[in-house]
Design a protein around this ligand. Sequence first.
Ligand code: SF4
Ligand code: SF4
Length: 187
Amino acid sequence: MATTVKTVSRPAGIRRQSYLLGVGAGMWVTFRHLMKNWIGNTLGRRAKTDIATLSYPEEKKPYPERSRGLHRLMKRDDGEVRCVACMMCPTACPAHCITIVPEEAHGGGIEKRPRIFEIDELRCVVCGLCVEACPCDAIRMDTGVHAPPTLRRADAILDKEELLSRGEKSTATQGGVGAFWREKVKP
Ligand code: SF4
Ligand code: SF4
């Protein structure tokens, strides 16, 4: 294919040709931000000066209350995992990053519990659907902790022990409101 050259005419007028106005406007914005942040810093009013950057990792922005962080598995009163291996969360997970292998549970009125419960944090898209799907309040993402960087692929897969290490006792009803949900509705 032949290459053609398209000739573009220069903008008319010395002001447009020199780009002085554009350069001056850009410099003015930079200077304005410099003075605003410098004066704000000097007077100790940094928080009020719209600084959009942080000196990360020394300075960290606090996460909002509803931020979704690393997963954790909650515990029952007897310290056992609340999860009943109902498979709702791996079914809801769009990233297919939850692996559960159930086993028979003994005691606590529970039929099943997870023998293996793994979440691949590198595949997780942090959507929170697993938390929404769980009828037992067994899985949460309110840790305020980022998934840590890892050197080995396998380290990004969190197992049951690690997920439980961030868990606490949950005060929710095991299995959710369940068959008696109508009793909770006020007339
Ligand atoms: S947050 Fe979303 S992607 Fe991550 S494990 Fe839960 S359902 Fe899957
Ligand atoms: S939805 Fe809840 S109870 Fe069911 S498998 Fe997932 S964590 Fe366990």
